[in-house]
Ligand binder design. Structure first.
Ligand code: HEC
Ligand code: HEC
Length: 434
């Protein structure tokens, strides 16, 4: 009998190459199915852009019952552009928030009846902000409007004259009544022309504030009722001025849909700029999310004039003002004085950390709103990026400066890409006004 071994031998011999062949195939499949570096990069890109596929609708403002009322918005629009609501008869909201300049003024600091110390932000998209102004001393869009009208450097008007003007002008009165019905009882006689406004938190008493104090409380209440409705109308109007989708949003949609042709809506430099923003410089640690802001306050350590410490207290000074503001979300004229926002305001504390802090601005439309920063110190986006790159002259205020900021050391190409990206955040259509 032939041993059985010769049978087994060829069997084993054929199995080894078969095994090796299988191993080789497996290896090849593994190599070819492993994503390449370019594919991995694309997957990361898609993931980073997915949040931009969906933009939340405007947050509901429960503190303003008329926030989405078209009649109130129509009245607010009339107020927004009316220069008669200023002591000089020359300044309206639209003087500084000029619709032809993306609702800014192009100036370093705002110039109204006087000259201010802060740069005029756009009002595009401000309905999405929890805090208004650089230091957040207003916590609703409508309540913010009270200050410019009465501020000595902005419109320098007074609320009694404002109410009397609405009553005396047939068009304004009709628009008011259309939204709110008849004027409340208790107002002064229509021809009464005493100017009066309350003293602002931290300011000394003056003739106007003494005149206000001399009014009987019921009259002050009636005036404040009309004045607050004017503000709520301005709030309703400004809600129609949302920041519109940008080319960057179109790019995000195209990339996520694997639409290569659509993705060309951004130039290569602009597209690379997003990577610099998101991955290299990590600007979205603060300019985060779809609105490019965390909505919170930070101190970048921007140096004061002549190397001195900055003297703008920012958030630190804003908190006491906000807490004492009768028009805040927690105040008597709020339509949701026990709501979430009101509770938040009541709990705010002006701790040392808040010294010099400013609100992270949204970067939507930023290419259209030069100059930059709360004091308008940088004329161009190039200068802003240069600051972040080197943090030159940045004041280290112990723990007050943000610890996440560090010099970036970007290349010239990266800086140019970053600026190009920022410019691609402008709205591609004009906001729809009522
Ligand atoms: C003299 C120029 C000037 C006038 C007039 C003016 N503003 Fe402003 N506005 C500014 C400046 C400056 C700021 C920033 C203030 C700050 O941070 O202290 C601002 C801030 C705002 C903000 C907050 C935007 C944000 O992103 O924080 C809104 C909303 C606004 N103004 C609406 C109005 C309305 C409504 C009126 C008219 C009642 C008005 N402004 C009149 C210059 C002006
Ligand atoms: C620590 C939080 C933080 C980081 C990180 C950060 N920013 Fe800012 N950014 C702010 C704050 C706060 C302001 C307003 C500062 C002020 O006016 O004092 C601001 C202002 C700006 C402005 C001016 C906007 C305007 O309307 O005036 C631009 C542009 C800007 N940042 C871009 C960037 C870029 C680009 C990066 C990344 C290189 C970046 N930021 C990183 C918080 C931050």
């Amino acid at each position: 009998m032939m041993p059985s071994a010769p049978f087994k031998r060829p069997n084993l011999l054929t199995r080894i190459p078969l095994f090796l062949c299988g191993l080789g195939m497996f290896y090849l499949i593994a190599i070819y199915s492993r994503p390449t570096e370019a594919q991995l990069q694309h997957m990361r890109l898609v993931k980073s852009l997915e949040p931009f596929l969906e933009r939340a609708s405007l947050p509901v403002d429960r503190t303003n019952r008329w926030s989405d009322d078209d009649r109130a918005a129509a009245f607010g629009k009339m107020l927004f552009g009316d220069v008669r609501f200023s002591s000089s008869g020359e300044v309206s909201c639209a003087t500084c928030h000029d619709p032809t300049r993306s609702f800014t003024d192009g100036k370093r600091v705002a110039v109204g009846v006087g000259t201010g110390t802060r740069n005029t932000p756009t009002v595009l998209g401000s309905a999405r902000q929890r805090w208004q102004t650089w230091d957040g001393r207003a916590d609703t869009l409508w309540s913010q409007a009270a200050e410019p009208m009465e501020s000595a450097v902005e419109m320098n008007f007074d609320r009694v004259s404002a109410v009397q003007l609405v009553r005396a002008d047939p068009d304004l009165l009709a628009a008011y009544e259309n939204a709110f019905g008849a004027m409340p009882l208790g107002l002064p006689p229509p021809d009464w022309n005493q100017k009066a406004r309350p003293v602002r938190e931290g300011a000394p008493a003056d003739a106007l504030s003494l005149a206000w104090d001399s009014l009987v409380p019921s009259r002050r209440e009636a005036i404040d009722e009309v004045f607050s409705r004017m503000m709520k109308s301005l709030g309703a109007f400004q809600r129609t001025l949302d920041a519109q989708p940008s080319r960057f949003d179109q790019y995000a949609t195209a990339v996520c849909a694997r639409d290569d042709a659509g993705a060309k809506v951004l130039t290569e430099s602009e597209a690379r700029g997003w990577i610099v923003f998101h991955e290299v410089a990590k600007c979205d640690q603060c300019h985060s999310g779809v609105e490019f802001t965390d909505g919170e306050f930070h101190n970048l350590g921007l140096p004061g004039a002549d190397g001195r410490l900055p003297d703008d207290r920012g958030r630190h000074a804003a908190i006491p003002k906000l807490k004492s503001d009768p028009f805040s979300s927690a105040g008597a004229f709020s339509d949701d004085a026990n709501g979430k926002q009101a509770t938040l305001v009541r709990g705010l504390k002006s701790d040392p950390e808040s010294w010099g802090q400013m609100r992270t601005p949204s970067l939507r439309n930023v290419g259209l709103t030069a100059p930059y920063m709360h004091d308008g110190r940088f004329a161009t986006l190039e200068e802003v990026v240069q600051f972040y790159d080197l943090l030159e002259g940045a004041v280290a205020l112990d723990h007050h400066r943000e610890s996440v900021l560090r010099p970036l050391g970007l290349s010239d190409g990266e800086k140019a890409d970053l600026v190009a990206f920022l410019r691609a955040l402008g709205g591609t259509t004009r906001p729809v006004e009522n």
